[in-house]
Design a protein around this ligand. Structure first.
Ligand code: OSB
Ligand code: MG
Length: 374
Protein backbone atom coordinates (compact mmCIF):
# COMPACT_ATOMS: atom_id res chain seq x y z
CA UNK A 1 0.00 0.00 0.00
CA UNK A 2 1.69 3.19 -1.20
CA UNK A 3 0.05 6.18 0.50
CA UNK A 4 -0.26 9.49 -1.34
CA UNK A 5 -1.82 11.35 1.53
CA UNK A 6 -4.45 11.38 4.22
CA UNK A 7 -7.53 13.55 4.64
CA UNK A 8 -8.58 14.45 8.17
CA UNK A 9 -12.16 15.67 8.55
CA UNK A 10 -14.10 16.79 11.58
CA UNK A 11 -17.82 16.17 11.34
CA UNK A 12 -20.77 17.14 13.56
CA UNK A 13 -23.98 15.11 13.45
CA UNK A 14 -26.99 15.71 15.74
CA UNK A 15 -28.08 12.66 17.75
CA UNK A 16 -31.78 11.71 17.55
CA UNK A 17 -31.95 12.02 21.34
CA UNK A 18 -29.53 13.30 23.99
CA UNK A 19 -27.26 10.58 25.38
CA UNK A 20 -26.53 11.08 29.08
CA UNK A 21 -23.90 9.16 31.01
CA UNK A 22 -22.25 9.69 34.39
CA UNK A 23 -19.63 11.87 32.65
CA UNK A 24 -21.86 14.15 30.60
CA UNK A 25 -24.58 14.56 27.99
CA UNK A 26 -24.02 14.36 24.24
CA UNK A 27 -26.54 15.90 21.84
CA UNK A 28 -24.24 16.04 18.83
CA UNK A 29 -21.66 13.50 17.79
CA UNK A 30 -18.49 15.33 16.85
CA UNK A 31 -15.94 13.00 15.29
CA UNK A 32 -12.80 12.86 13.21
CA UNK A 33 -12.86 10.80 10.02
CA UNK A 34 -9.72 9.67 8.29
CA UNK A 35 -9.49 8.95 4.55
CA UNK A 36 -6.26 7.27 3.49
CA UNK A 37 -5.54 7.69 -0.23
CA UNK A 38 -3.14 5.32 -1.95
CA UNK A 39 -2.16 4.57 -5.52
CA UNK A 40 -4.64 1.68 -5.59
CA UNK A 41 -7.59 3.40 -3.92
CA UNK A 42 -8.73 4.80 -0.61
CA UNK A 43 -9.95 3.67 2.79
CA UNK A 44 -11.85 5.06 5.76
CA UNK A 45 -11.50 5.15 9.53
CA UNK A 46 -13.56 6.82 12.25
CA UNK A 47 -12.05 8.13 15.47
CA UNK A 48 -14.11 7.38 18.57
CA UNK A 49 -13.06 10.51 20.45
CA UNK A 50 -15.79 13.09 21.02
CA UNK A 51 -15.90 16.88 21.48
CA UNK A 52 -14.64 16.88 25.08
CA UNK A 53 -12.15 14.64 26.90
CA UNK A 54 -14.75 13.17 29.29
CA UNK A 55 -14.67 9.45 28.42
CA UNK A 56 -10.87 9.45 27.94
CA UNK A 57 -8.17 12.08 27.52
CA UNK A 58 -8.72 12.16 23.75
CA UNK A 59 -11.03 14.68 22.08
CA UNK A 60 -11.66 15.70 18.49
CA UNK A 61 -9.46 18.82 18.13
CA UNK A 62 -6.57 16.96 19.75
CA UNK A 63 -7.16 13.88 17.59
CA UNK A 64 -7.23 15.99 14.40
CA UNK A 65 -4.05 17.78 15.49
CA UNK A 66 -2.06 14.68 16.45
CA UNK A 67 -3.10 12.96 13.23
CA UNK A 68 -2.13 15.92 11.02
CA UNK A 69 1.00 16.99 12.86
CA UNK A 70 2.47 13.72 14.14
CA UNK A 71 0.89 10.41 13.17
CA UNK A 72 0.32 10.85 9.43
CA UNK A 73 3.72 12.49 8.76
CA UNK A 74 5.40 9.61 10.65
CA UNK A 75 4.18 7.16 8.02
CA UNK A 76 6.20 8.65 5.18
CA UNK A 77 5.32 7.88 1.58
CA UNK A 78 6.86 4.42 1.46
CA UNK A 79 5.11 1.15 0.71
CA UNK A 80 3.16 0.38 3.87
CA UNK A 81 1.86 -2.91 5.26
CA UNK A 82 -1.19 -1.99 7.40
CA UNK A 83 0.02 -4.43 10.06
CA UNK A 84 3.16 -2.31 10.51
CA UNK A 85 1.30 0.95 11.18
CA UNK A 86 0.88 0.38 14.95
CA UNK A 87 4.61 -0.35 15.30
CA UNK A 88 5.56 2.81 13.40
CA UNK A 89 3.24 4.89 15.62
CA UNK A 90 4.22 3.18 18.90
CA UNK A 91 6.93 5.69 19.93
CA UNK A 92 4.14 8.27 20.30
CA UNK A 93 2.42 7.83 23.63
CA UNK A 94 -1.34 7.44 23.97
CA UNK A 95 -3.73 8.83 21.33
CA UNK A 96 -5.05 5.33 20.75
CA UNK A 97 -8.35 6.42 19.19
CA UNK A 98 -6.52 8.63 16.68
CA UNK A 99 -4.05 5.83 15.91
CA UNK A 100 -6.93 3.37 15.49
CA UNK A 101 -8.68 5.61 12.95
CA UNK A 102 -5.50 5.94 10.90
CA UNK A 103 -4.67 2.22 11.00
CA UNK A 104 -8.26 1.37 10.05
CA UNK A 105 -8.24 3.74 7.06
CA UNK A 106 -5.00 2.20 5.78
CA UNK A 107 -6.20 -1.34 6.43
CA UNK A 108 -9.48 -0.54 4.66
CA UNK A 109 -7.64 0.88 1.62
CA UNK A 110 -5.39 -2.17 1.46
CA UNK A 111 -8.27 -4.67 1.85
CA UNK A 112 -10.39 -2.88 -0.77
CA UNK A 113 -7.47 -2.95 -3.23
CA UNK A 114 -7.20 -6.71 -2.64
CA UNK A 115 -10.99 -7.28 -2.60
CA UNK A 116 -10.94 -8.76 0.94
CA UNK A 117 -13.71 -7.99 3.49
CA UNK A 118 -12.48 -6.80 6.91
CA UNK A 119 -14.58 -9.51 8.59
CA UNK A 120 -12.75 -12.21 6.62
CA UNK A 121 -9.36 -10.60 7.34
CA UNK A 122 -10.05 -10.57 11.09
CA UNK A 123 -11.32 -14.16 11.20
CA UNK A 124 -15.08 -13.64 11.47
CA UNK A 125 -17.27 -16.74 11.70
CA UNK A 126 -20.76 -15.15 11.64
CA UNK A 127 -22.66 -13.30 8.93
CA UNK A 128 -24.98 -11.56 11.41
CA UNK A 129 -24.55 -10.49 15.01
CA UNK A 130 -26.96 -10.10 17.93
CA UNK A 131 -27.40 -6.46 18.96
CA UNK A 132 -27.94 -4.69 22.22
CA UNK A 133 -28.58 -1.04 22.97
CA UNK A 134 -27.07 1.34 25.49
CA UNK A 135 -29.76 3.46 27.19
CA UNK A 136 -28.66 6.79 28.65
CA UNK A 137 -29.74 8.30 31.95
CA UNK A 138 -33.21 9.86 31.57
CA UNK A 139 -34.87 12.64 33.58
CA UNK A 140 -37.35 10.24 35.22
CA UNK A 141 -37.99 6.51 35.67
CA UNK A 142 -41.18 6.61 33.51
CA UNK A 143 -39.09 8.18 30.70
CA UNK A 144 -36.56 5.34 31.08
CA UNK A 145 -39.31 2.69 30.94
CA UNK A 146 -40.66 4.31 27.75
CA UNK A 147 -37.21 4.32 26.16
CA UNK A 148 -36.56 0.66 27.07
CA UNK A 149 -40.04 -0.30 25.87
CA UNK A 150 -39.30 1.30 22.48
CA UNK A 151 -35.95 -0.47 22.10
CA UNK A 152 -37.46 -3.85 23.04
CA UNK A 153 -40.19 -3.23 20.45
CA UNK A 154 -37.40 -2.55 17.92
CA UNK A 155 -36.06 -6.03 18.70
CA UNK A 156 -32.87 -5.36 20.67
CA UNK A 157 -31.87 -8.57 22.43
CA UNK A 158 -30.30 -6.92 25.46
CA UNK A 159 -30.57 -3.62 27.29
CA UNK A 160 -27.70 -1.75 28.91
CA UNK A 161 -28.59 0.97 31.39
CA UNK A 162 -26.20 3.76 32.27
CA UNK A 163 -25.95 4.22 36.04
CA UNK A 164 -24.45 6.78 38.42
CA UNK A 165 -24.85 7.84 42.06
CA UNK A 166 -28.57 8.41 42.63
CA UNK A 167 -29.53 6.57 39.42
CA UNK A 168 -28.79 2.91 40.03
CA UNK A 169 -30.88 0.56 42.21
CA UNK A 170 -34.25 2.20 41.55
CA UNK A 171 -34.10 2.48 37.74
CA UNK A 172 -32.64 -1.03 37.51
CA UNK A 173 -35.39 -2.39 39.78
CA UNK A 174 -38.07 -0.59 37.74
CA UNK A 175 -36.79 -1.99 34.42
CA UNK A 176 -36.44 -5.52 35.83
CA UNK A 177 -39.94 -5.42 37.35
CA UNK A 178 -41.60 -4.02 34.25
CA UNK A 179 -39.87 -6.12 31.57
CA UNK A 180 -39.21 -9.38 33.42
CA UNK A 181 -36.67 -11.83 32.12
CA UNK A 182 -34.75 -9.67 29.59
CA UNK A 183 -30.94 -9.64 29.19
CA UNK A 184 -30.07 -6.61 31.32
CA UNK A 185 -26.71 -5.05 32.19
CA UNK A 186 -25.44 -1.74 33.56
CA UNK A 187 -22.53 0.62 32.83
CA UNK A 188 -21.20 3.11 35.41
CA UNK A 189 -18.42 4.68 33.32
CA UNK A 190 -16.13 4.71 36.36
CA UNK A 191 -18.54 6.77 38.49
CA UNK A 192 -18.02 4.83 41.75
CA UNK A 193 -15.19 4.30 44.22
CA UNK A 194 -14.05 1.56 46.57
CA UNK A 195 -16.26 3.06 49.29
CA UNK A 196 -19.28 2.10 47.17
CA UNK A 197 -18.54 -1.63 47.08
CA UNK A 198 -21.29 -2.53 49.58
CA UNK A 199 -23.77 -0.35 47.71
CA UNK A 200 -22.87 -1.88 44.33
CA UNK A 201 -23.28 -5.38 45.79
CA UNK A 202 -27.02 -4.58 46.13
CA UNK A 203 -27.22 -4.84 42.33
CA UNK A 204 -26.98 -8.62 42.84
CA UNK A 205 -30.73 -8.58 43.52
CA UNK A 206 -31.46 -7.83 39.84
CA UNK A 207 -29.82 -10.75 38.04
CA UNK A 208 -27.74 -8.52 35.74
CA UNK A 209 -25.59 -10.09 33.00
CA UNK A 210 -22.76 -7.77 33.98
CA UNK A 211 -21.67 -4.56 35.69
CA UNK A 212 -19.46 -2.50 33.35
CA UNK A 213 -16.61 -0.31 34.60
CA UNK A 214 -17.92 0.57 38.06
CA UNK A 215 -14.63 2.04 39.38
CA UNK A 216 -11.96 4.31 37.95
CA UNK A 217 -9.99 3.12 34.94
CA UNK A 218 -6.73 2.84 36.92
CA UNK A 219 -8.19 0.85 39.80
CA UNK A 220 -7.76 -2.79 38.74
CA UNK A 221 -7.18 -3.73 42.38
CA UNK A 222 -10.49 -2.16 43.41
CA UNK A 223 -12.30 -4.05 40.66
CA UNK A 224 -10.74 -7.29 41.92
CA UNK A 225 -11.95 -6.46 45.49
CA UNK A 226 -15.44 -5.74 44.16
CA UNK A 227 -15.43 -8.93 42.08
CA UNK A 228 -14.80 -10.95 45.25
CA UNK A 229 -17.71 -9.25 47.05
CA UNK A 230 -20.35 -9.26 44.31
CA UNK A 231 -22.06 -12.05 42.35
CA UNK A 232 -22.74 -9.92 39.25
CA UNK A 233 -19.92 -10.43 36.68
CA UNK A 234 -17.58 -7.43 36.34
CA UNK A 235 -16.83 -6.24 32.79
CA UNK A 236 -14.15 -3.65 32.02
CA UNK A 237 -14.29 -0.92 29.39
CA UNK A 238 -12.16 2.19 30.20
CA UNK A 239 -9.51 0.10 32.06
CA UNK A 240 -8.56 -2.00 29.02
CA UNK A 241 -6.31 -0.07 26.63
CA UNK A 242 -4.37 -3.00 25.13
CA UNK A 243 -3.96 -6.77 25.20
CA UNK A 244 -1.43 -6.25 27.98
CA UNK A 245 -4.02 -4.43 30.11
CA UNK A 246 -6.49 -7.24 29.44
CA UNK A 247 -3.94 -9.86 30.51
CA UNK A 248 -3.27 -7.99 33.78
CA UNK A 249 -6.96 -7.48 34.52
CA UNK A 250 -7.75 -11.16 33.97
CA UNK A 251 -4.75 -12.27 36.03
CA UNK A 252 -5.80 -10.03 38.93
CA UNK A 253 -9.43 -11.18 38.80
CA UNK A 254 -10.52 -7.59 38.06
CA UNK A 255 -13.00 -8.73 35.40
CA UNK A 256 -14.46 -11.87 33.88
CA UNK A 257 -15.88 -10.18 30.75
CA UNK A 258 -14.27 -7.57 28.45
CA UNK A 259 -15.90 -4.83 26.39
CA UNK A 260 -13.70 -4.44 23.30
CA UNK A 261 -13.85 -1.00 21.69
CA UNK A 262 -11.43 -0.87 18.77
CA UNK A 263 -10.67 2.84 19.20
CA UNK A 264 -9.93 2.57 22.91
CA UNK A 265 -7.32 -0.15 22.31
CA UNK A 266 -5.67 1.38 19.24
CA UNK A 267 -7.39 -0.51 16.43
CA UNK A 268 -8.97 -3.67 15.05
CA UNK A 269 -5.71 -5.62 15.02
CA UNK A 270 -5.13 -5.01 18.75
CA UNK A 271 -8.84 -5.79 19.27
CA UNK A 272 -8.30 -9.18 17.67
CA UNK A 273 -5.33 -9.83 20.01
CA UNK A 274 -7.52 -9.03 23.01
CA UNK A 275 -10.22 -11.30 21.60
CA UNK A 276 -7.72 -14.14 21.19
CA UNK A 277 -6.33 -13.65 24.70
CA UNK A 278 -9.83 -13.62 26.21
CA UNK A 279 -10.87 -16.74 24.28
CA UNK A 280 -7.76 -18.51 25.60
CA UNK A 281 -8.77 -17.55 29.16
CA UNK A 282 -12.45 -18.43 28.71
CA UNK A 283 -13.40 -14.74 29.12
CA UNK A 284 -16.40 -13.70 26.98
CA UNK A 285 -16.09 -10.44 25.03
CA UNK A 286 -18.53 -8.08 23.33
CA UNK A 287 -18.14 -5.12 21.01
CA UNK A 288 -18.65 -1.72 22.60
CA UNK A 289 -19.49 1.47 20.75
CA UNK A 290 -18.75 5.20 20.70
CA UNK A 291 -21.95 6.33 18.93
CA UNK A 292 -20.22 5.65 15.60
CA UNK A 293 -21.53 6.68 12.21
CA UNK A 294 -21.91 3.95 9.59
CA UNK A 295 -18.14 4.07 8.94
CA UNK A 296 -17.16 2.92 12.43
CA UNK A 297 -20.28 0.76 12.78
CA UNK A 298 -19.44 -1.29 9.67
CA UNK A 299 -15.99 -2.14 11.04
CA UNK A 300 -17.39 -2.90 14.52
CA UNK A 301 -19.81 -5.41 12.98
CA UNK A 302 -16.90 -7.19 11.29
CA UNK A 303 -15.13 -7.47 14.64
CA UNK A 304 -18.29 -8.56 16.49
CA UNK A 305 -18.53 -11.53 14.09
CA UNK A 306 -15.40 -13.17 15.59
CA UNK A 307 -16.09 -16.37 17.56
CA UNK A 308 -15.27 -15.03 21.05
CA UNK A 309 -17.89 -12.25 20.79
CA UNK A 310 -20.49 -14.36 22.55
CA UNK A 311 -22.42 -11.50 24.18
CA UNK A 312 -24.57 -8.95 22.26
CA UNK A 313 -22.69 -5.70 21.64
CA UNK A 314 -23.52 -1.99 21.60
CA UNK A 315 -23.79 -2.36 17.82
CA UNK A 316 -27.14 -0.62 17.44
CA UNK A 317 -28.92 0.42 14.25
CA UNK A 318 -28.17 3.75 12.53
CA UNK A 319 -31.63 5.11 13.44
CA UNK A 320 -30.87 4.72 17.18
CA UNK A 321 -28.30 7.51 16.72
CA UNK A 322 -28.92 9.50 13.52
CA UNK A 323 -31.74 10.73 11.33
CA UNK A 324 -29.40 10.40 8.35
CA UNK A 325 -26.26 8.28 8.58
CA UNK A 326 -23.16 8.82 6.44
CA UNK A 327 -23.61 5.38 4.89
CA UNK A 328 -26.70 3.43 3.87
CA UNK A 329 -28.40 2.88 7.25
CA UNK A 330 -27.61 -0.23 9.29
CA UNK A 331 -30.91 -1.82 10.21
CA UNK A 332 -31.92 -4.25 12.90
CA UNK A 333 -33.60 -7.44 11.67
CA UNK A 334 -34.96 -9.72 14.33
CA UNK A 335 -32.50 -8.29 16.89
CA UNK A 336 -29.52 -8.87 14.59
CA UNK A 337 -27.45 -6.88 12.13
CA UNK A 338 -25.84 -8.21 8.96
CA UNK A 339 -22.06 -8.05 8.77
CA UNK A 340 -21.00 -6.13 5.65
CA UNK A 341 -19.64 -8.40 2.92
CA UNK A 342 -18.02 -5.88 0.57
CA UNK A 343 -14.24 -5.38 0.45
CA UNK A 344 -12.63 -3.57 3.40
CA UNK A 345 -15.18 -2.17 5.85
CA UNK A 346 -17.77 -2.73 3.10
CA UNK A 347 -19.38 0.72 3.09
CA UNK A 348 -18.53 4.16 1.71
CA UNK A 349 -19.89 7.47 2.98
CA UNK A 350 -22.35 9.39 0.83
CA UNK A 351 -20.33 12.37 -0.47
CA UNK A 352 -23.20 14.88 -0.20
CA UNK A 353 -24.20 13.86 3.34
CA UNK A 354 -20.55 13.88 4.37
CA UNK A 355 -19.95 17.38 3.01
CA UNK A 356 -23.05 18.64 4.78
CA UNK A 357 -21.81 17.53 8.20
CA UNK A 358 -18.13 18.41 7.69
CA UNK A 359 -16.95 21.36 9.79
CA UNK A 360 -13.27 21.22 8.86
CA UNK A 361 -10.92 19.26 6.66
CA UNK A 362 -7.21 19.05 6.00
CA UNK A 363 -5.19 17.18 3.40
CA UNK A 364 -1.81 15.86 4.57
CA UNK A 365 0.35 14.90 1.57
CA UNK A 366 2.99 12.25 2.21
CA UNK A 367 6.65 12.58 1.36
CA UNK A 368 7.46 10.95 -1.94
CA UNK A 369 3.85 11.23 -3.12
CA UNK A 370 2.91 13.28 -6.17
CA UNK A 371 2.06 16.89 -5.24
CA UNK A 372 -1.65 17.66 -5.13
CA UNK A 373 -2.77 14.03 -5.15
CA UNK A 374 -6.31 13.98 -3.79
O1 OSB B 1 -19.13 3.49 28.05
O2 OSB B 1 -19.82 2.23 26.53
C1 OSB B 1 -19.61 3.37 26.95
C2 OSB B 1 -20.91 5.90 24.40
C3 OSB B 1 -19.92 6.86 24.47
C4 OSB B 1 -18.89 6.69 25.35
C5 OSB B 1 -18.83 5.57 26.19
C6 OSB B 1 -19.80 4.59 26.11
C7 OSB B 1 -20.90 4.78 25.22
C8 OSB B 1 -22.01 3.87 25.15
C9 OSB B 1 -22.83 3.86 23.88
O3 OSB B 1 -22.39 3.16 26.06
C10 OSB B 1 -22.41 2.80 22.95
C11 OSB B 1 -22.99 2.96 21.57
O4 OSB B 1 -24.19 2.74 21.43
O5 OSB B 1 -22.23 3.29 20.65
MG1 MG C 1 -18.79 1.55 28.83
Amino acid sequence: MKLEGVEIRTIRMPLVSPFRTSFGTETVREAVLVRAVGADGEGWGECGASALPLYSSEYTPAAAAVLSEVLVPALGGEDLDPHRVAGILSPFKGHRQAKAALETAILDADLRARDVPLSYHLGAVKDRVACGVSVGITPTIPALLDAVDGYLADGYVRIKLKIEHGWDLEPVRAVRERFGDILLQVDANAAYGRADIEHLAKLDAFDLSLLEQPLSADDLGGHAMLARRIGTPICLDESILSAEHAAHAIELGACCIVNIKPGRVGGYLESRRIHDLCVAHGVPVWCGGMLETGIGRAANLALAALPGFTLPGDTSASERYYETDLTPPFRLEDGHMTVPTGPGIGVTPDAAVLDEVTVSRAWIPLAGAAAGAC
